[in-house]
Design a protein around this ligand. Structure first.
Ligand SMILES: [Zn+2]
Length: 460
């Protein structure tokens, strides 16, 4: 393969990814201790062993001309967070409540601020910078009820040229008046946003009823109408996160067999529908999710933090449901999908399952992309995929680094990484082949030098 165009960029280093969808990621990964990734026009043009690549004379010349970017750390595909709330980053780590009280006390007052377009823009930019700093290059993101919050998010994501999914929250009851739309207004605003953003560059729209309790039956019906009118859009919402929430659904929707049944009756359960949590499902719901092609976003740190319960990963996988991992910030306590892998492992351990480290990495790369129908675009480093990738530098984490030196296999190393890893490791983040984040330097408006806030005394 001849490489002569300046539009091409060659990255060399140790590289790991999952090239295809699989139920057995441990035996379907691809790892090159000395690999090459060639990026051309924002896409991956070549991926393979360095020895193979440089065996050709044309490519060998690149070495002589210094045209190869040498990476000392591990290169991975950009990580995918399948469920996160961008307005909630500022209320992460809020004390002492479970889901329904936590929404009323912390979430709703925070989201009210996003009626202000300038505020939404500033927060969207900062949030996206944080995603990049955590190695997350694709996310399915809840905005607020305000269309301005979605415009802010997509306009900032477009500046990075990032593959992002976002949607305006639909919510017409059981929340403050200034966070409510109506069935008709929510439909109209969502439709306008779909027309403006879905498929615009790398932006993709998600129809976003917050969850069944905060939408009237009329609003869920309008959301379903939208989903039918725009079958290639995503749907994102919450499902069976908390026991109190499930009991409330029974009161609000007594005519439906269960929580998922409410969404099914409104045509909101289909491929590209992403259901956050699914901690307290009935047998019927597992089967219905599997047969519909809808997916579950497993949100481990959030489930632990809000005391919601233990997601039954083994059961959901055995049922054949497509699964992915998600931070669910601000109920989740870290945007890092390594930190969330660690919490996922612990949740599985409490249920007698030791989650394989290849599998947990798969859940936030190729597995997430496959669950979302995006595996032709992101989640892997196959030739033809969009060139979103990250480089990890283990020197940033001495405890992990010394542990890695004692590991005897890639599986052991990956387990240490998934248990101890966090955003400290992310040295560089590339989006569509372009460097958008480099640790310690200001890239794309991201500064890492904010002062320490002063702490006031008082109790929580
Ligand atoms: Zn959520």
């Amino acid at each position: 393969m001849a490489v002569s165009s300046h539009a091409r960029r060659v990255h060399r280093g140790s590289i790991l990814h999952f090239p295809r969808s699989t139920n057995d990621p441990a035996n379907n990964h691809q790892y090159f201790a000395d690999g090459v990734l060639v990026v051309e026009n924002g896409k991956i043009a070549y991926f393979g062993e360095a020895a193979d690549f440089f065996s050709l004379a044309d490519n060998q010349r690149l070495l002589n001309y210094g045209g190869v970017e040498q990476h000392k750390g591990l290169i991975l595909p950009g990580l995918i967070d399948s469920h996160v709330h961008f307005p909630q980053i500022e209320m992460i780590a809020s004390y002492g409540k479970q889901l329904l009280d936590w929404l009323n006390e912390y979430t709703f007052p925070t989201e009210t601020q996003f009626a202000n377009a300038a505020y939404a823009q500033r927060q969207a930019k900062w949030f996206l910078g944080q995603l990049m700093a955590h190695g997350t290059t694709t996310a399915s993101v809840f905005a607020t009820v305000h269309p301005e919050s979605v415009d802010a998010f997509f306009s900032e994501a477009s500046k990075l040229n990032a593959r992002m999914i976002c949607g305006k929250v639909l919510m017409d009851r059981f929340c403050p008046d200034d966070l409510q739309d109506t069935p008709e207004l929510g439909y109209r605003q969502s439709k306008q946003l779909i027309e403006r953003w879905h498929g615009n560059g790398r932006s993709l729209y998600a129809i976003t009823p917050r969850f069944a309790p905060t939408s009237t039956p009329e609003q869920l019906a309008k959301a379903g109408q939208l989903a039918n009118e725009h079958p290639d859009t995503f749907i994102q919402t919450h499902l069976s996160e908390n026991i109190g929430e499930v009991a409330w659904i029974k009161e609000l929707y007594p005519e439906h067999p269960d929580y998922l049944g409410v969404y099914q009756a409104n045509d909101l359960v289909r491929e590209r529908a992403l259901f956050g949590h699914a901690v307290h499902l009935k047998d019927r719901e597992y089967q219905a999710l599997a047969s519909s092609g809808a997916t579950i976003s497993f949100c481990p740190s959030s489930n632990l933090f809000l005391g919601s319960g233990l997601f039954d990963y083994g059961r959901a996988k055995d049922a054949g449901i497509a699964l992915s991992l998600a931070s669910d910030v601000g109920a989740g306590t870290s945007l890092s999908l390594f930190a969330n892998q660690s919490d996922a492992y612990k949740i599985c351990q409490l249920q007698g399952l030791s989650l394989n480290p290849f599998e947990s990495l798969y859940l936030c790369t190729q597995g997430a992309a496959a669950a979302m129908g995006l595996e032709q675009q992101v989640g892997n480093l196959n030739a033809g995929s969009e060139a979103d990738f990250i480089e990890l530098d283990f020197r940033a984490h001495p405890v992990l680094q010394q542990r890695l030196l004692r590991c005897k296999s890639l599986a052991e190393q990956l387990f240490a990484l998934s248990t101890l890893g966090d955003d400290r490791l992310v040295d560089k983040t590339y989006v569509a082949g372009k460097l958008v984040y480099q640790k310690g330097s200001k890239v794309c408006g991201l500064s890492s030098t904010n002062g320490l806030p002063s702490l006031s005394s008082g109790s929580i």
